[in-house]
Design a protein around this ligand. Structure first.
Ligand SMILES: Cc1cc2nc3c(=O)[nH]c(=O)nc-3n(C[C@H](O)[C@H](O)[C@H](O)COP(=O)(O)OP(=O)(O)OC[C@H]3O[C@@H](n4cnc5c(N)ncnc54)[C@H](O)[C@@H]3O)c2cc1C
Length: 370
């Protein structure tokens, strides 16, 4: 690690901030995380960790214990007329309760020697560091990991947005045994609902839509099978909402400030890629700083965002166009190997070049011609 980054301050102790802190601490920097919240901190999330998220966490030394969460082997899409499913080619995914994941990350960060200050109010960028509750903390580098509404992004003037689309997500947990080894994404007329198994007697149900007023109880009747299953299941958490934002920023670093996680741009929640991106960005930041070239992070960040952005755009296209969605799901149900290729691409087990085979091109042509 370049000597110019001995003291690092990370603002935000969510998955992105803690991952960045762990990655940079492994380079022998002194790392302090400051967060305005106090654990346990919960957040609206579908709580699915894709296989690529699990391996990115593994590279930080974080293994998810076998008795934590619940494994699932793939993804199933359904719209009431058609359904298609595929297995992940790169190992199982895992549903993990958000608070448990957070606890794991905190514990690992502390073991690695990261200092964490919770309940930090009034965090301001100042010359050579941060002011936290009026106290100066010296930092050669400030990492903004303070989520969608990043204050650090605003203060560092890296707030120029190239593209933004907002949706709304609400989630609740139910006490019921998972009925499928797949994460289910159900497409309805007004929303998508996805169901993630998170324990042998619990699932996480999240609804995402463009309508801020559409809560789970209003959305569920659009999904009769799921509605029926959940009718007698006990809700075991209160409904929690959050913004699902597809956002691309002009840049993610300026002088001695870099952004990671949702603060640095994000993809729609339906991709289930938010945490994966956050952890991979932490690795990318470590690589850039080790090379003593913070500007390199911008390039690596852009490359990491590309695949989830494309997949997110495809899914939002299906969300907006009912006819296309029905044809696509029916077509995928007839050609499950195409869905398999797309899922492999989605979780980073395949490349655009490999997936853009004649089979997929034929499928796309047939879809557009129908
Ligand atoms: C409905 C929904 C479902 C989702 N489902 C999935 C899924 O299944 N799988 C997946 O991988 N991703 C999912 N995501 C996305 C995922 O939740 C985010 O991408 C992830 O939380 C980003 O982590 P982060 O650390 O960047 O931000 P956050 O988790 O938002 O953490 C930011 C941290 O910064 C702190 N903070 C904020 N402001 C300040 C401040 N001014 N000063 C100090 N600290 C501050 C906060 O307290 C918080 O701890 C979903 C999102 C939504 C909305």
């Amino acid at each position: 690690m370049s000597d110019s980054f001995r003291n690092i301050c990370v603002v935000g102790g969510g998955p992105a901030g803690l991952s960045a802190a762990i990655a940079l601490r492994r380079e022998n920097s002194y790392v302090t995380v400051v967060d305005c919240g106090i654990p346990p901190m919960d957040k609206a999330c579908g709580e699915g960790l894709m296989p690529d998220s699990i391996s990115a966490l593994g590279k930080l030394g974080i293994e998810i214990p076998a008795d934590v969460g619940f494994p699932f082997r793939g993804v199933r899409f359904a719209d009431g007329r058609s359904s298609v499913r595929a297995d992940f080619p790169n190992g199982a995914a895992r549903g993990v309760r958000r608070t448990i994941l957070h606890e794991l990350l905190i514990r690992h960060a502390v073991t690695e020697g990261v200092r964490i200050i919770w309940g930090a109010k009034q965090v301001r960028l100042v010359t050579n560091g941060l002011s936290v509750n009026g106290r100066f903390i010296n930092a050669d580098l400030v990492v903004g990991a303070d989520g969608q509404n990043s204050n650090i992004r605003r203060q560092a003037c890296v707030n120029r947005i190239l593209h933004e689309r907002r949706r709304y997500g609400f989630r609740r947990h139910y006490r019921i045994a998972p009925w499928s080894p797949y994460m289910e994404v159900q497409w309805g007329p007004r929303s998508q609902i996805y169901v993630t198994p998170i324990a042998n007697d619990e699932i996480c149900v999240a609804v995402i839509s463009r309508d801020f007023n559409l809560r789970l109880d209003q959305a569920l009747p659009d999904f009769p099978d799921l509605h029926e299953r959940l009718r007698t299941a006990e809700p075991v958490s209160r409904e929690l909402g959050g913004l699902s934002i597809s956002r691309r920023l002009h840049r993610v670093h300026r002088q001695n400030v870099v952004l990671v996680g949702d603060a640095s741009g994000s993809v729609d929640a339906i991709t289930g890629q938010g945490i994966c991106l956050a952890v991979k960005q932490a690795h990318a930041l470590r690589v850039a700083l080790r090379a003593g070239n913070i500007g390199e992070y911008q390039r690596l960040h852009r490359a990491l965002m590309k695949r989830p952005q494309v997949m997110g755009s495809l899914m939002l296209m299906l969300e907006r166009n009912v006819g296309l969605r029905q044809r696509a799901l029916a077509g995928l149900a007839r050609n499950p190997e195409v869905f398999e290729s797309l899922l492999a691409l989605h979780v980073g087990a395949s490349s655009f070049r490999r997936v853009c085979s004649w089979r997929l091109v034929d499928f796309g042509r047939a879809l557009l011609a129908a």
